[in-house]
Design a protein. Sequence first.
Lengths: 150, 152
Amino acid sequence: MSTETIPTPRSSYAPPRTRGVNWEKWGWMYMRISGLFLVILIFGHLFVNLVAGDGVRAIDFAFVAGKYSTPFWKVWDFAMLWLALIHGANGMRTLVNDYARKPLLRRVFLVAILVSTILLILLGSLVITTFDPCPAGMAASALPSFCPAP
Amino acid sequence: MPENSAGTLATPPSATPRIKPPRRLAGTVYRGREGMWSWVLHRITGTAIYFFLLVHILDTSLVRLNPGAYNGVIDTYKTPIMGLGELGLVIAIVYHALNGLRIIAIDFFAWGPKRQRALFIGVIVLWVILIAGFAPRQIANIILEATGHPSA
Ligand code: HEM
């Protein structure tokens, strides 16, 4: 025979978790740590692409190929891609948790954020790592000056 | 509880005293005033930047898939309307970045919450200075592009 236990009045019904990884805390930390790096990465990106030289007028395929002729901007853009997209996606997760009240709707939004983030990170990473500055079949005028004449 | 239960209607409902809400929202760091508005702006700018980033990854991916198409898309980024859009985007990201640093200072340093109002004023001042530096340059580039001035 078991005796019935009656919970102590006014005790908290959900004791604070003490075991397992506290993902929410690390997500919170991630927003702040990635933010610090993003300030440098994004301000540098904006300065080189929109302020220096002719700004937005200078941007075309040859401009990108010139930047990607050394690993420097590849590493820069790679870090920016991962840090910014995960930061933005996690921020949007907060918004969905705040505003999407219906459980199904919330699930749909959260899955959409997750899937789009994974796909775009894969796409962006592939583009940066497999970039070809002198693709075959392009007019020489659209290629950077260092490409061999066809 | 039923609203009009017998015995509670001794006085007509119109005589119920009405308590007005306070005229200004204020009270904590996050309710009313700069604490709340900085958060509202942070949320709006973060969302706007996020949706731009989704598009920006896709358009930049054309450098790998189809360089000619990349040039075509980037040419639309040089039109006056898109040029102003870029200005708006920079305005949003500069605010979000500066206020993000303010949030970090509030969360990690003892002096942060005490100085949050001064930090907010600092964010606004730096924001205005940086945009005052960027806007003329961007507008000059828009005009030079629209008037067919060749880029150097
Ligand atoms: C430039 C450097 C950046 C800094 C310093 C920064 C900083 C922050 C911080 C500290 C938070 C607050 C997180 C919290 O309250 O727990 C945040 C939220 C957010 N950030 Fe950023 N961020 C930056 C760039 C970006 C970028 C590039 C995006 C978009 C891709 C973005 C999108 C968001 C979103 C959507 C939120 C959630 C807003 C909310 O919960 O109200 N941020 N950011």
